[in-house]
Design a protein around this ligand. Structure first.
Ligand SMILES: NC(=O)c1ccc[n+]([C@@H]2O[C@H](COP(=O)([O-])OP(=O)(O)OC[C@H]3O[C@@H](n4cnc5c(N)ncnc54)[C@H](O)[C@@H]3O)[C@@H](O)[C@H]2O)c1
Length: 496
């Protein structure tokens, strides 16, 4: 089993910088070499966007962030590195030179991945002394959010290297796919190039403008692709007769053909200006960083949706996220309730992220329930009801919630939540949680909840086992001495 403890990134532009964020947020120390005078500032900005995105993406306990070190030479960068990722500009001679330099200085067992979008790994490894450990690891932008990496071996890449690379990308929450044979541009960029080629003709011939073309994609098949790809989507499009029927029905059209596939549009100055102007109008003054943040929020939302797809089991990129989160929880230190100085338990620290605010700029209603849900999940983990426990067939279900909104939480506000157990018995757990503004210590909202211990398969309430009840009892008894919180037992419409 390959474990990446230290990573090195050679080249820290759009892609290299986002690889840095992907490694660092998975708890891996990263050394960086990029001669660009502003590399540190640029990577700092990418890290900030990535951290913002992860705060929205997951409540699972991320490992402590890896340390970033900016180095003055390639050699210095590679010391200790288990995984070296090359992301310098896409020019064969430059890349081959850099990879040969990496090869001479890297530990013999270090993995060397190239981010190239289309060059053949056999060409890149041609001058290496130890080419067996070199491969293409082609990611998609933003690398810190989009999970795919195409792994492509060259003629001299060993099978063991690709296997180790698969384990490495899994460790950082990515989905490795092994491309069986090396070809220029691999699989993803071949498909993208085909689509782009056609799109440029449609603009050139004034069939539509860039905004219309993007709308055609994002309001329709873009959504289908994100969750099922091409072939499974077409299987469904074939109706009950499935894929064979689809091929019989639409296959012959390919010979007409509708598209201009084999011709390449002439990207002369006039066309570049036309596309540039349409694209400027489409961006409506939004900066690239602003567009990146919108993109990240949307990608997080899509992954969340996919996480609850397939009857809650998760699907595609969402299932991958759920599996990654399960590992993060399993690796986290098992929490213990601190009953030393008896007070309501401090459960959660969080921040109001951009995706949580409504048109008033305040945390929107359902996010309060989310934070209270995360708070009761935190309490459950303290009594041993974690993901493993739930997988084994038992859980606590919330049967009643009463939320009071007392203040306003605004974008970026730091919040924390506490939880007090009002009572518990074999099946029931009655709790009172409060969300506070961390800066002012003012209560922003409270929730009183009743939860029932259930046998999930049977779908009925059953007594919790002794190992859970013992922990629950210890907290309930400690909390029995606390004053009843203000607002406990209130009902909707009750006079203050
Ligand atoms: N941009 C994308 O969407 C994308 C997606 C997947 C893969 N890629 C691939 O990733 C690689 C990098 O592309 P990018 O978009 O990040 O380009 P970029 O121009 O944003 O970044 C390249 C970086 O490499 C640095 N650099 C140049 N020479 C160097 C050297 N000798 N040693 C170390 N650093 C050096 C530059 O200063 C720059 O910061 C390319 O191979 C590209 O095909 C790009």
């Amino acid at each position: 089993m390959t474990e990446i403890k230290n990573a090195a990134c050679v080249g820290g532009g759009v892609i290299g910088g986002a690889w840095v964020a992907r490694f660092a947020l998975a708890g891996i120390d990263v050394k960086i070499f990029d001669p660009h005078p502003e590399a540190e500032r640029i990577i700092g900005e990418v890290m900030a966007n990535a951290e913002r995105a992860y705060a929205m993406l997951t409540m699972a306990p991320l490992p402590p962030k890896g340390k970033l070190t900016f180095c003055k030479s390639i050699e210095e960068t590679l010391k200790d590195a288990d995984w070296i990722q090359e992301s310098v500009p896409e020019r064969l001679e430059l890349k081959r030179g850099v990879i040969t330099q990496i090869d001479a200085a890297a530990r013999p067992d270090a993995l060397i991945g190239s981010s190239t979008s289309g060059l053949l790994p056999s060409d890149l490894q041609a001058e290496m002394k130890h080419p067996g450990r070199m491969f293409v690891a082609h990611p998609y932008n933003p690398v810190y959010l989009l999970p795919l990496v195409e792994l492509v071996g060259g003629k001299k890449t060993s099978k063991a290297t690709i296997e180790r690379a698969m384990q490495g990308v899994e460790q950082i929450g990515m989905k490795g796919v092994v491309i069986a044979k090396e070809i220029e541009a691999f699989v993803g960029d071949r498909l993208l190039e085909a689509l782009w080629r056609e799109a440029l003709w449609l603009i050139q011939d004034d069939i539509c403008d860039t905004e219309t073309l993007d709308n055609v994609m994002r309001y329709s098949f873009g959504m289908r692709w994100a969750q099922m790809g091409l072939f499974e989507t077409y299987r469904i499009a074939g109706g009950e007769a499935g894929m064979r029927h689809f091929l019989a029905q639409f296959g012959p059209c390919l010979k007409w053909p509708w598209t201009k596939f084999t011709d390449v549009v002439d990207l002369d100055d006039a066309l570049v200006e036309k596309i540039g102007a349409q694209s400027d109008a489409q961006a409506a003054g939004r900066s690239i960083r602003e567009l990146e943040r919108i993109r990240d929020e949307n990608l997080v939302g899509i992954m969340h949706a996919l996480k609850s797809g397939n009857g809650g089991e998760g699907w595609g990129a969402g299932k991958l996220l759920a599996d990654f989160e399960a590992k993060l929880w399993a690796n986290a230190k098992k929490p213990e309730a601190d009953l030393g100085d008896v007070k309501p338990l401090h459960i959660l620290d969080t921040k109001v992220s951009a995706a949580w605010v409504d048109y008033n700029g305040h945390m929107t209603e359902h996010r309060y329930l989310q934070v209270f849900g995360d708070t009761s999940d935190g309490l459950l983990r303290l009594i041993g009801v974690d993901l493993e426990y739930v997988r084994d067939g038992h859980s606590y279900y919330t049967v009643e919630t009463h939320i009071r909104n007392l203040g306003e939480a605004k974008l970026g506000d730091a919040l924390y939540s506490t939880c007090q157990l009002l009572s518990s018995d074999e099946k029931r757990l009655h709790l009172f949680s409060t969300i506070y503004n961390a800066a002012t210590k003012e209560a922003v909202a409270t929730a009183e909840q009743m939860m029932l211990h259930v046998d999930s398969k049977a779908g009925k309430a059953v007594a919790a086992p002794a190992k859970v009840l013992d922990k629950l009892k210890a907290i309930t008894e400690a909390h029995a001495g606390l004053p009843t919180p203000e607002g406990a037992g209130r009902f909707v419409g009750q006079k203050r």
